[in-house]
Ligand binder design. Structure first.
Ligand SMILES: O=C(O)CCC(=O)C(=O)O
Ligand SMILES: [Fe+2]
Length: 188
């Protein structure tokens, strides 16, 4: 999975006008995580069907998502603000851009930050109402813990905007995000 992530980062670097290997030294000790998630079905007949996984952006760099064949569950918000389904395609992964790719005044880290929001992180959610137990396996391909992510000068120039994010160390960003979800203050 790391090799897939590296290949995508090589292509992105070239697309942004950077050296193909620009991201290599920033992701060669990637703080990656792979999760195995099971979703019991929601009851479509219930009042207010509910949500299997609330809307969010992934906070790292790239998510490489593999799911079972269930359709209609994963939804992605389009630029015009509509939720569209991202159904599995046999032999393909779904790739999500994470906050780190965007990067500049908001306190977010990685692809959104690095590209000064030329690439924006994908808002997505899961509403699973088919009868089966859905399984998904996201692989979160992240920068090194100590990589400082900041808008890259070429992206600032190309975006035509001032830097939108402050530099942030990926590990600090991660701890803040995790601290927002769980109380880690007593984990000493
Ligand atoms: O299960 C899915 O399709 C998406 C999971 C997800 O968005 C996540 O784990 O961040
Ligand atoms: Fe996600």
């Amino acid at each position: 999975m790391r090799r897939v992530g590296e290949a995508i980062m090589h292509a992105m670097a070239l697309g942004l006008g950077l050296d193909e290997h620009f991201f290599d030294s920033r992701m060669d000790d990637s703080f990656w995580v792979m999760r195995l998630i099971g979703y019991p079905p929601l009851d479509p007949a219930a009042d207010g069907v509910g949500i299997s996984c609330g809307e969010h952006t992934d906070y790292g760099c790239l998510t490489i998502l593999n799911t079972d064949e269930t359709t209609g569950a994963l939804q992605v918000k389009s630029k015009s603000g509509e939720w569209i389904t991202a159904n599995p395609i046999p032999g393909a992964f779904v790739i999500n851009i994470g906050d780190m790719v965007n990067a500049c005044l908001r306190i977010v880290a990685s692809l959104q930050v690095w590209t000064n929001e030329i690439y924006t992180s994908t808002l997505h959610r899961v509403i699973h109402t088919k009868g089966n137990f859905r399984v998904s396996v996201p692989f979160f391909f992240e920068p090194n813990f100590d990589t400082v992510v900041e808008p890259l000068p070429i992206c600032v120039e190309r975006s035509g905007r001032p830097p939108l994010h402050k530099p942030v160390m990926y590990g600090d960003h991660l701890l803040r995000k995790v601290g927002g979800n769980f109380d880690i203050s007593s984990a000493e």
